[in-house]
Design a protein around this ligand. Structure first.
Ligand code: NAD
Length: 469
């Protein structure tokens, strides 16, 4: 073994000890009562309240996040969702009574929700608080112990979490592990009862393969290119504002941001004009100086994005950038080559390709020719058109006449499909991801017909055949 192998093995072993400690907590039974679960949820909210200013500052350091976005998308929304979980938890924890069927009478049947054990949550850097704490909250609500791994690419935020979170939750049940690829690889050498991963499709494959060695189930919240279809009958003024807001929020580094637009040709120019107008309205004539536009997470991603833009020709607005401050202006690219990097990779930055299409039918065909996206947006005044798009395409989630907002309602499960992910969470869906649904049949003993038991007489077989058909 090389030195690197030895170090990796030692790291995996030390995480093994950490996980064994969490497992002991789980096996003690103390994570099961609703009071413990609610305490942890309240602790998460208290952490968000007590360290709000520090988190907002860290999000600015990591991503240049405007405080409005930092609170709205990384702190406030999590607080709101956690409070909702806590309110509804007693209902979700109750066994679901079901009718056992005539053949199982007398008897009762129910589905019991039991915690899984020790789970691993791996988060990305773009919403580094939300995407770590929402699944952690769901896991704790379901009575599990958790290893939480924030992204190394949002180090200021990870450091706030690492320094303070443990004081607000049961430290024997929640462990925060900082680190990047080597640390996550070492964690995944160990057996968990569930792995909840949010990140890229490529790393999702690595995580799933590692989990498969232990036959550990996974939830994969992945990425992809989320299309936006704009029909000729759309309210273009509203569409332009909503698309601009959703695309350039967090400098386009949003998993469900509209990746590209497919616009009916007759309204393409008007929509592009209106989007340019919305960019000016939101970010001023020089977006570099506004405090309301985020920055690219690091130079590597900045280089990747500027390369995508420079290789694509039809830039109609934006395109200017500054590597030293990781700034990239809100950029619109008209009719890029569909085989270009811009149209084949997830963009994950403030660059909006706009493609003219001849009809909504063509847009549906375009979407169906590619991987199933995480989200799809359709702007139209016609219910028939919206329904047709929804019925004929597959995506993790969708909005009609808005973008990204389907992440907000607690009662809508959030997740991908195919290459954009498997499984979903938020609200009850999150509780269910981290619970085993155990089917239980309870039978009385006063009736014990001999029908089931050998010797298998002919009359018994006749009855069985009459019933089981
Ligand atoms: P990423 O896949 O590079 O990293 C995600 C996490 O995995 C990080 O914690 C990282 O440390 C870890 N990791 C990276 N490489 C690894 C490896 N080889 N083995 C084990 N762990 C590894 O993703 P990212 O760059 O942080 O985030 C961007 C991606 O995440 C985009 O594709 C985006 O669409 C997606 N995303 C999806 C959602 C969603 O809810 N579906 C939300 C946010 C981001």
């Amino acid at each position: 073994m090389t030195d690197t192998d030895n170090q990796a093995a030692a790291m995996a072993a030390s995480y093994g000890e950490l996980i064994a400690g969490l497992r002991q907590t789980f096996e003690s039974g103390r994570t099961r009562p609703i009071a413990w679960r609610r305490e942890q949820l309240a602790g998460l909210v208290q952490f968000l309240v007590a360290h709000e200013d520090e988190l907002i500052e860290a999000l600015r350091t990591d991503l240049g996040k405007p405080p409005f976005e930092a609170y709205g998308t990384d702190i406030g929304v999590v607080r709101m969702h956690i409070r909702d979980i806590s309110r509804k938890l007693d209902r979700w924890m109750k066994p679901d009574r079901v009718f056992p069927g005539l053949l199982s009478l007398p008897g009762t049947a129910e589905v019991i929700k039991e915690p899984l054990g020790v789970v691993l949550v791996i988060a990305p850097w773009n919403y580094p608080v939300q995407l770590l704490l929402e699944p952690v909250a769901a896991a704790l609500a379901a009575g599990n112990c958790v290893v939480a791994k924030p992204s190394e690419l949002a180090p200021a935020t990870a450091s706030v979490l690492a320094r303070h979170l443990h004081r607000f939750v049961d430290p024997d049940a929640v462990a925060l592990v900082e680190g990047g690829v080597p640390e996550t690889t070492a964690l995944l050498e160990n057996r968990f009862d569930h792995v909840f991963f949010t990140g890229s499709t490529a790393v999702g494959r690595v995580v799933m393969a590692a989990a498969a060695k232990h036959l550990t189930p996974v939830t994969l919240e992945l990425g992809g290119k989320s299309p936006t279809i704009v029909a000729a009958d759309a309210d273009l003024a509203v569409a332009a504002r909503r698309i601009t807001w959703a695309k350039f929020m967090n400098a386009g580094q949003t998993c469900i941001a509209p990746d590209y637009l497919l616009v009916e040709r007759s309204v393409r120019d008007e929509l592009v004009d209106r989007i340019q107008g919305a960019i000016r309205e939101f970010y001023g004539t020089d977006p570099k100086v506004t405090a309301d536009l985020g920055r690219i997470v690091n130079e590597r991603h900045h280089d990747r994005l500027t390369r995508l833009v420079s290789g694509s020709g039809g830039v109609v607005c934006g395109g200017d950038h500054d590597r030293s401050t990781r700034y990239l202006a809100p950029t619109i690219v008209l009719d890029p080559d569909v085989d270009s990097g811009l149209m084949s990779e997830e963009i994950f930055g403030p660059v909006l390709p706009v493609l003219a299409i001849d009809s909504v039918e063509d847009a549906i065909a375009f979407v169906n020719d590619r991987d199933k996206p995480l989200a799809l947006y359709v702007y139209t005044r016609s219910k028939e058109t919206a329904d047709r798009v929804l019925a004929r395409t597959s995506s993790g989630g969708a909005c009609v006449n808005h973008s990204v907002m389907h992440i907000l309602p607690e009662n809508l499960p959030f997740g991908g499909v195919g290459p954009s992910g498997m499984g979903a969470y938020h609200g009850k869906a999150g509780f269910d991801v981290f619970s085993h649904h155990k089917s239980v049949l309870r039978k009385p003993t006063f009736l014990d017909p001999k029908l089931l038991y050998p010797p298998y007489a002919l009359w018994k077989a006749k009855i069985m055949r009459a019933v089981f058909r």
